[in-house]
Design a protein around this ligand. Structure first.
Ligand code: SAM
Length: 178
């Protein structure tokens, strides 16, 4: 079940195009993972980080199963499942990333933690994409959403080595300043 708009889906594809080392934090049923898989390099690797901890019946975990089914039915590149909280997964992470999607825990401090843990691994020409991070007409986000508050504070109100390069519905895409 998609948790993003059609325009967001296209923007995810556009920024994932040809990328080789992609990390998605917060996979849910795999709708955004499908967009990434469709566009990324077939020689690349997509790392999917989600603890799938919200299942009502952990043994059955329908969300994880749906994600696995959705992702495997579109598989054209290597997929690595990392079934843990993003902060724990970051502890042993040592690979360069050219596309990072932050869509896990939406509390402001958790979004900030993901940014601090993962953005140092993003290469110079890479991008970081935040979902639910912008208020847009007829959308579901409000200015009090954690990702909205973090993105506003970090990229609109303070100076940073990173700048917003595109915004599409609730998506905010940032890249390093030249
Ligand atoms: C909004 S959904 C992701 C939607 C998905 N990206 C899509 O567009 O189809 C949020 C997901 O983040 C996961 N999550 C929550 N806290 C997390 C954390 N600390 N690290 C990684 N994933 C987390 C939840 O299990 C849930 O599946």
């Amino acid at each position: 079940m998609a948790q993003h708009t059609e325009a967001e889906h296209r923007a995810l594809e556009k920024h994932a195009l040809g990328r080789k080392s992609l990390v998605e934090i917060g996979v849910a049923e795999g709708a955004s993972a499908i967009a990434l898989q469709t566009a990324m390099s077939p020689e690349g690797t997509l790392y999917l980080v989600d603890p799938f901890h919200l299942a009502r019946v952990p043994m059955l975990n329908f969300v994880r199963r749906a994600a696995e089914r959705a992702v495997s039915s579109h598989a054209r590149s290597k997929i690595v499942w990392i079934e843990s909280f993003s902060h724990d997964a970051a502890r042993n992470w040592n690979k360069p990333i050219d596309f990072l999607l932050i869509d896990g825990d939406h509390h402001e401090e958790a979004v900030e933690q993901d940014w601090k843990d993962w953005s140092p691994h993003v290469i110079e020409k890479g991008v970081v994409v935040f979902h639910d991070a912008r208020v847009f007409p007829h959308g579901w986000t409000t200015k009090d959403y954690g990702p909205v508050r973090f993105v506003d504070r970090m990229f609109r109100e303070a100076s940073s080595d990173w700048a917003i390069c595109e915004e599409v519905d609730s998506l905010v895409i940032v890249s390093r300043r030249k």
